[in-house]
Design a protein. Sequence first.
Length: 116
Amino acid sequence: MLRLLIDENLDQRILRGLQLRVPNVEYSIVQETSLAGAQDSALLKWAAENRHVLVAHDRNTMLKTFSEQVRDGRRSAGLEIVRRGAALPAVIEDMGLLLQCSSEEDHENQVIFIPL
C-alpha cells in the first residue's frame, strides 16, 4: 500500500476521513517530524527517499518545485494535489481508491489532482 507524507497545509479532516475509510493507511505528517517548516524541495526529497507520496493543497509552488525536480532527473515518489474547497467525501473516496488500487510504480514521477 502507498505511504503518504501529509503536508502542513492539508485539511486534517481529509486525513481523519481517510483513516476511517482505509484504517491501515501509512502516513507521516510534516509538522510531526523534523520537516516542520521545511521548503517544498526538502519535503519532496524526503518523500522520494522514504517512498512516500506527498499530499498537499499547494498547487502553485509545490507543482513548480516537483516539475523542476523531475525535469532535473531526480526521482519522485509522486505528488497528490488536493483542490481547496473540494467536497470532502469526494476527496476521501478518491484518495482511498488510489491507496487501495495503485502501486508505488503508478505514482512515481506523477502528479495526481484530487478529486479525480
